[in-house]
Design a binder for this molecule. Structure first.
Ligand code: 6PG
Length: 237
C-alpha cells in the first residue's frame, strides 16, 4: 500500500502537523460524504494533538463521529482509559453531539463479552451488510515491539477475517490489563491510517518496517500498513 513518511524535528512540530492533517481530512470527508468517521488512537503520543484540536474553531464537530482503535478494560475515569483521556482533553471541550461519540463498551461484562457488544454496536451503526466499518481516518500509535492499537505480535486478531473486534489478554502490555481492540479486518477497511510516532527507538522501528520485506509478518504495525494507505508522522525526540 502507499506509504508516506514525514519526519519532524521534534514532537511539537509533529503535533502541529498532525492537528492540521486531521482537520484537513475532516473537512474533506464532510465536503465529499457529509460526515467524518474518525478512529482515535490510545496511548500518550496523540494527547497533545487532541488538546490542539480542541482549539480549532473550524473543525466540523457537528458532522464528526469518533470511535477508538482500542481501549483498556479499566474504568472510564482511570488515567489509563484511552477514551477517558480523549474525553477530558478534547471531546468534553468541543461541540460534538454526544451520540456521535462511540465509546467501546468496556464495562459490558468480561472482555470477550464486551468485545462482542462493541462489534454489535459497530455493526448496528455501519449496517448489517457492511463487510467492514467505513472509517475515513484511523489514528494509530506504535509500541517498541511493533504493536499498534492493541494488536500485539503473534496476536490471532491480526489474522481475523470476519470479526471487527477482539479481546486481548494484555498481560505483557503496558499497562498489563485486558483490552478491546479493532481487528486488522476492521482497521484495514478504512480510507487512510495516520501513524503518530515520537521517540528514537520507535523512529528506528519505522525505518525497519519501511525497509524490511518481512515487517508485515513480524510487526502488527507492518501488517496494518499493508492493508490500507498509510502516512507515518515521525519525530525522533
Ligand atoms: C494503547 C494504544 C497503543 C499505543 C502505543 C503507543 O492503548 O496503548 O492504543 O497502541 O498507541 O502503545 O503508546 P504511546 O503513544 O503512549 O507511546
Amino acid at each position: 500500500m502507499i506509504a508516506e513518511v514525514r519526519r519532524f524535528p521534534d514532537a511539537a512540530a509533529l503535533t502541529a502537523a498532525a492537528a492540521d492533517r486531521i482537520t484537513s481530512e475532516a473537512r474533506d470527508a464532510v465536503r465529499r460524504r457529509g460526515r467524518f468517521f474518525w478512529v482515535l488512537s490510545g496511548g500518550r503520543t496523540p494527547l497533545p494533538v487532541y488538546e490542539r484540536l480542541a482549539g480549532v474553531g473550524s473543525f466540523p464537530w457537528a458532522r464528526t463521529h469518533v470511535f477508538w482503535g482500542d481501549e483498556r478494560c479499566v474504568p472510564r475515569g482511570s488515567p489509563e482509559s484511552n477514551a477517558g483521556r480523549a474525553l477530558r482533553v478534547l471531546l468534553d471541550r468541543v461541540p460534538i453531539p454526544r451520540e456521535q461519540i462511540h465509546l467501546p463498551p468496556v464495562g459490558a461484562g468480561p472482555p470477550a463479552r464486551a468485545a462482542a457488544r462493541w462489534e454489535e454496536d459497530l455493526r448496528r451503526f455501519f449496517g448489517r451488510d457492511a463487510r467492514r466499518p467505513a472509517f475515513d481516518l484511523v489514528l494509530l500509535g506504535l509500541g517498541t515491539d511493533g504493536h499498534t492499537a492493541s494488536l500485539f505480535p503473534g496476536d490471532p486478531a491480526l489474522d481475523e477475517k470476519g470479526r471487527w473486534t477482539a479481546a486481548v489478554e494484555g498481560a505483557g502490555a503496558s499497562p498489563p490489563v485486558a483490552r478491546l481492540t479493532l481487528t486488522a479486518a476492521a482497521l484495514g477497511g478504512a480510507r487512510h491510517a495516520l501513524f503518530l510516532i515520537v521517540g528514537s527507538a520507535k523512529a528506528r522501528l519505522v525505518r525497519h518496517i519501511q525497509t524490511d520485506p518481512t515487517a508485515a509478518l513480524r510487526y502488527p504495525a507492518g501488517r496494518i500498513a499493508t492493508l490500507l494507505p498509510c502516512t507515518w508522522y515521525v519525530a525522533e525526540g
